[in-house]
Design a protein around this ligand. Structure first.
Ligand SMILES: C[S@@+](CC[C@H](N)C(=O)[O-])C[C@H]1O[C@@H](n2cnc3c(N)ncnc32)[C@H](O)[C@@H]1O
Length: 215
Protein backbone atom coordinates (compact mmCIF):
# COMPACT_ATOMS: atom_id res chain seq x y z
CA UNK A 1 0.00 0.00 0.00
CA UNK A 2 1.35 3.44 -0.93
CA UNK A 3 2.39 5.53 2.09
CA UNK A 4 1.21 9.09 2.47
CA UNK A 5 4.19 11.37 3.14
CA UNK A 6 4.39 12.52 6.77
CA UNK A 7 4.46 16.26 7.36
CA UNK A 8 7.83 17.34 8.79
CA UNK A 9 7.40 18.31 12.47
CA UNK A 10 9.75 21.33 12.29
CA UNK A 11 9.08 24.99 11.43
CA UNK A 12 6.56 25.65 8.64
CA UNK A 13 7.44 28.73 6.63
CA UNK A 14 3.97 29.38 5.14
CA UNK A 15 2.40 29.12 8.57
CA UNK A 16 4.97 31.51 10.06
CA UNK A 17 4.52 34.03 7.25
CA UNK A 18 0.73 33.99 7.75
CA UNK A 19 1.15 34.33 11.54
CA UNK A 20 3.30 37.45 11.27
CA UNK A 21 1.28 38.97 8.43
CA UNK A 22 -1.62 38.98 10.91
CA UNK A 23 0.46 40.15 13.87
CA UNK A 24 2.64 42.89 12.36
CA UNK A 25 0.29 45.78 13.18
CA UNK A 26 -0.11 44.84 16.85
CA UNK A 27 3.22 43.14 17.47
CA UNK A 28 4.97 45.94 19.40
CA UNK A 29 2.01 46.32 21.74
CA UNK A 30 1.79 42.58 22.37
CA UNK A 31 5.48 42.39 23.19
CA UNK A 32 5.38 44.97 26.02
CA UNK A 33 5.29 42.23 28.65
CA UNK A 34 8.46 40.67 27.27
CA UNK A 35 10.55 43.84 27.03
CA UNK A 36 12.53 43.17 30.25
CA UNK A 37 13.74 39.95 28.62
CA UNK A 38 14.95 41.92 25.59
CA UNK A 39 16.91 44.29 27.84
CA UNK A 40 18.45 41.29 29.62
CA UNK A 41 19.32 39.65 26.30
CA UNK A 42 21.03 42.69 24.78
CA UNK A 43 22.86 43.46 28.04
CA UNK A 44 24.21 39.91 28.11
CA UNK A 45 25.14 40.00 24.42
CA UNK A 46 26.91 43.31 25.12
CA UNK A 47 28.27 43.92 21.62
CA UNK A 48 31.37 46.10 21.52
CA UNK A 49 31.42 49.65 20.18
CA UNK A 50 31.82 49.44 16.42
CA UNK A 51 30.65 45.80 16.27
CA UNK A 52 28.52 44.33 13.50
CA UNK A 53 25.50 42.47 14.92
CA UNK A 54 23.17 40.10 13.06
CA UNK A 55 19.64 40.50 14.43
CA UNK A 56 18.17 37.23 13.18
CA UNK A 57 14.37 37.26 12.80
CA UNK A 58 14.53 40.94 13.75
CA UNK A 59 10.77 41.42 13.43
CA UNK A 60 9.81 45.08 13.76
CA UNK A 61 13.28 46.04 14.98
CA UNK A 62 12.41 46.38 18.66
CA UNK A 63 15.97 45.42 19.61
CA UNK A 64 17.59 48.05 17.40
CA UNK A 65 17.57 50.95 19.92
CA UNK A 66 19.18 48.79 22.62
CA UNK A 67 21.78 47.45 20.20
CA UNK A 68 22.56 50.97 18.98
CA UNK A 69 23.37 52.04 22.53
CA UNK A 70 26.14 49.44 22.58
CA UNK A 71 27.57 49.59 19.07
CA UNK A 72 27.28 53.33 18.38
CA UNK A 73 27.32 54.97 14.97
CA UNK A 74 30.47 53.11 13.92
CA UNK A 75 28.79 49.73 14.45
CA UNK A 76 26.37 48.02 12.13
CA UNK A 77 23.13 46.07 12.52
CA UNK A 78 22.05 43.56 9.90
CA UNK A 79 18.36 42.74 10.42
CA UNK A 80 17.24 39.49 8.80
CA UNK A 81 13.49 38.95 8.62
CA UNK A 82 11.37 36.77 6.36
CA UNK A 83 8.05 38.54 7.00
CA UNK A 84 7.71 41.61 4.77
CA UNK A 85 5.06 43.35 6.95
CA UNK A 86 7.24 42.91 10.06
CA UNK A 87 10.30 44.20 8.24
CA UNK A 88 8.38 47.17 6.90
CA UNK A 89 7.84 48.27 10.52
CA UNK A 90 11.53 47.81 11.18
CA UNK A 91 12.24 50.00 8.15
CA UNK A 92 9.95 52.73 9.53
CA UNK A 93 11.78 52.56 12.86
CA UNK A 94 15.13 52.97 11.12
CA UNK A 95 13.83 55.97 9.17
CA UNK A 96 12.29 57.61 12.22
CA UNK A 97 15.61 57.38 14.09
CA UNK A 98 17.64 58.39 11.06
CA UNK A 99 19.99 55.43 11.56
CA UNK A 100 22.39 54.96 8.67
CA UNK A 101 24.11 51.88 10.03
CA UNK A 102 21.24 49.37 9.69
CA UNK A 103 20.92 46.99 6.77
CA UNK A 104 17.60 45.15 6.43
CA UNK A 105 17.35 41.86 4.55
CA UNK A 106 13.89 40.57 3.68
CA UNK A 107 14.85 36.93 3.62
CA UNK A 108 14.55 33.68 5.49
CA UNK A 109 17.67 33.29 7.63
CA UNK A 110 18.55 30.08 5.77
CA UNK A 111 18.73 31.98 2.46
CA UNK A 112 19.97 35.34 3.72
CA UNK A 113 22.41 37.04 1.33
CA UNK A 114 24.98 37.70 4.04
CA UNK A 115 28.48 38.89 3.36
CA UNK A 116 31.55 38.90 5.53
CA UNK A 117 31.65 37.86 9.17
CA UNK A 118 29.83 39.66 11.94
CA UNK A 119 30.93 40.01 15.57
CA UNK A 120 27.72 38.91 17.29
CA UNK A 121 24.26 37.51 16.65
CA UNK A 122 21.00 38.04 18.48
CA UNK A 123 18.16 35.52 18.12
CA UNK A 124 15.53 37.04 20.38
CA UNK A 125 12.26 35.07 20.55
CA UNK A 126 13.02 33.24 17.33
CA UNK A 127 12.09 29.64 18.08
CA UNK A 128 11.49 28.76 14.42
CA UNK A 129 15.05 29.79 13.54
CA UNK A 130 16.42 27.89 16.54
CA UNK A 131 14.81 24.69 15.22
CA UNK A 132 16.09 25.19 11.67
CA UNK A 133 19.51 23.64 11.06
CA UNK A 134 19.95 25.35 7.69
CA UNK A 135 19.19 28.76 9.18
CA UNK A 136 21.60 28.26 12.09
CA UNK A 137 24.33 26.99 9.76
CA UNK A 138 23.98 30.03 7.51
CA UNK A 139 24.03 32.51 10.39
CA UNK A 140 27.00 30.90 12.12
CA UNK A 141 28.95 30.72 8.86
CA UNK A 142 28.79 34.51 8.80
CA UNK A 143 30.16 35.07 12.29
CA UNK A 144 33.83 35.40 13.09
CA UNK A 145 35.51 32.88 15.42
CA UNK A 146 34.84 33.96 18.99
CA UNK A 147 31.66 35.84 18.03
CA UNK A 148 28.98 35.83 20.72
CA UNK A 149 25.55 34.35 19.98
CA UNK A 150 22.63 35.14 22.27
CA UNK A 151 19.32 33.34 21.90
CA UNK A 152 16.12 33.67 23.91
CA UNK A 153 12.60 32.35 23.83
CA UNK A 154 9.78 30.40 25.31
CA UNK A 155 10.21 26.91 26.65
CA UNK A 156 8.10 24.31 28.39
CA UNK A 157 8.15 24.73 32.14
CA UNK A 158 9.97 22.04 34.16
CA UNK A 159 7.79 19.30 35.71
CA UNK A 160 7.60 21.10 39.09
CA UNK A 161 6.05 24.14 37.42
CA UNK A 162 3.95 22.24 34.86
CA UNK A 163 0.78 24.39 35.34
CA UNK A 164 2.72 27.31 33.85
CA UNK A 165 2.51 25.47 30.53
CA UNK A 166 -1.10 26.68 30.38
CA UNK A 167 0.48 30.10 29.74
CA UNK A 168 3.29 28.83 27.51
CA UNK A 169 1.00 26.96 25.12
CA UNK A 170 -1.14 29.90 23.91
CA UNK A 171 1.91 32.15 23.68
CA UNK A 172 3.74 29.51 21.64
CA UNK A 173 0.78 28.86 19.36
CA UNK A 174 0.70 32.57 18.59
CA UNK A 175 4.40 32.98 17.89
CA UNK A 176 5.94 29.75 16.57
CA UNK A 177 5.00 27.55 13.64
CA UNK A 178 5.90 24.27 15.36
CA UNK A 179 6.01 23.26 19.01
CA UNK A 180 8.95 20.97 18.32
CA UNK A 181 11.98 21.57 20.54
CA UNK A 182 10.25 23.62 23.24
CA UNK A 183 11.63 21.31 25.93
CA UNK A 184 15.22 22.40 25.16
CA UNK A 185 15.09 25.08 22.45
CA UNK A 186 18.84 25.79 22.48
CA UNK A 187 19.78 22.16 21.73
CA UNK A 188 20.69 22.72 18.06
CA UNK A 189 22.84 25.69 18.99
CA UNK A 190 24.56 23.78 21.79
CA UNK A 191 26.33 21.48 19.33
CA UNK A 192 27.69 24.42 17.33
CA UNK A 193 28.90 26.81 20.03
CA UNK A 194 31.42 26.71 22.86
CA UNK A 195 31.10 28.10 26.40
CA UNK A 196 27.32 27.77 26.25
CA UNK A 197 25.61 29.21 29.30
CA UNK A 198 21.84 28.93 29.75
CA UNK A 199 19.68 30.93 32.16
CA UNK A 200 16.04 30.21 32.81
CA UNK A 201 13.53 32.84 33.87
CA UNK A 202 9.83 33.09 34.78
CA UNK A 203 9.61 29.68 36.45
CA UNK A 204 11.55 28.04 33.61
CA UNK A 205 9.17 29.22 30.87
CA UNK A 206 11.74 31.56 29.28
CA UNK A 207 15.42 31.01 28.56
CA UNK A 208 18.48 32.96 27.55
CA UNK A 209 21.38 31.02 26.02
CA UNK A 210 24.78 32.57 25.32
CA UNK A 211 27.70 30.91 23.57
CA UNK A 212 30.61 31.63 21.27
CA UNK A 213 31.54 30.51 17.79
CA UNK A 214 34.51 28.15 18.17
CA UNK A 215 37.97 29.22 17.00
C1 LIG B 1 8.43 36.40 17.93
S1 LIG B 1 9.07 37.28 16.54
C2 LIG B 1 10.54 38.00 17.23
C3 LIG B 1 10.92 39.27 16.51
C4 LIG B 1 12.09 40.02 17.09
N1 LIG B 1 13.27 39.19 17.20
C5 LIG B 1 11.78 40.59 18.45
O1 LIG B 1 12.64 40.49 19.31
O2 LIG B 1 10.74 41.18 18.66
C6 LIG B 1 9.76 35.99 15.52
C7 LIG B 1 10.23 36.54 14.19
O3 LIG B 1 11.04 35.58 13.52
C8 LIG B 1 10.73 35.63 12.14
N2 LIG B 1 11.18 34.37 11.52
C9 LIG B 1 10.71 33.13 11.75
N3 LIG B 1 11.39 32.23 11.03
C10 LIG B 1 12.32 32.92 10.34
C11 LIG B 1 13.35 32.54 9.43
N4 LIG B 1 13.56 31.27 9.09
N5 LIG B 1 14.12 33.50 8.90
C12 LIG B 1 13.92 34.82 9.24
N6 LIG B 1 12.97 35.23 10.09
C13 LIG B 1 12.19 34.29 10.64
C14 LIG B 1 9.25 35.85 12.11
O4 LIG B 1 8.80 36.33 10.86
C15 LIG B 1 9.07 36.86 13.24
O5 LIG B 1 9.18 38.18 12.80
Amino acid sequence: MARTPQAKPGPRRDHALAQYRRRAAVYDLELRLFEPLRRQAVDWLAPARGATVLDVGCGTGLSFPLLQDFIGATGRIVGIEQSAPMLERARQRVQEHGWRNVQLLNSAAEDAPLQGRADAALLHLTHDVMQNDDALARVLAHLRPGAVVLATGLKWAPWWAAPLNLLVLPAALRSVSSLQGLDCPWQRLAGRLVHLDVRQEAGGTLYLARGQVPH
